[in-house]
Design a protein around this ligand. Sequence first.
Ligand code: HPA
Length: 248
Amino acid sequence: MQDIALAIIGGTGLYALADLQDVETHQPVTRYGALSGPVRIGTFAGRRVAFLARHGEGHSVPPHRINYRANLAALQALGARRVLALNTVGGIGDAFGPRVLACPDQLIDYTWGRISTLCEEEGTDVLHVDFGEPYTATLRVDILDAARKAGVALVDGGCYGATQGPRLETRAEITRMRRDGCDLVGMTGMPEAALARELGLDYACLAIVGNWAAGCGDDAAITIAEVIANVDVATGGLSPLLEALLAG
Ligand code: HPA
């Protein structure tokens, strides 16, 4: 098994990595079951990179049905040690408007009923991993350095609130999340981050703001078309950032 320099998990609006060359496709079945879809491994900026679409390449898997354990375990089995999670989010904090890229440093988990540990099955050792800093500090530093080198604007820090979905939030829920200290809201940040920690993977989130969260912008309803359009614009800066990250 060859090492993978970086595994990237793409979120809503990010179903493939453009410029991935000489692609091989893997779709192992893990001890945790099936993945969201194929893992595409290829060369990007001269390095071996893996890409997996979190919701499946046709966006068919809702946030609460994603097999987060299988996705991460498969990436690890294929040779990944570092995982960059791309998460499309809503913005709550003033600095986190549509099209902003952010590298959060904290999270709050509002999800429920998801398998959120490797030690779910009877007979597995119970794990109580440290999670005070939910994202790997060294990977965050490398991402922030890469953004600086590539001249890509990236907000350093912020608190990601993970909600259950698949519906969007009420205004009151977002008001509560703001009070709690959340800057961003998404549906897939957890249990992915905790499982990565249990697996011993380096893991960090690059959040792409697709919309103002409920009640934070104008009164218009949030549409998926608006979210995707903003993600498309914001991800223009992604390739240079990734190239700098892989060169570093
Ligand atoms: N809420 C939750 N998840 C999201 C949002 C949102 O407003 N936008 C994109 N993903």
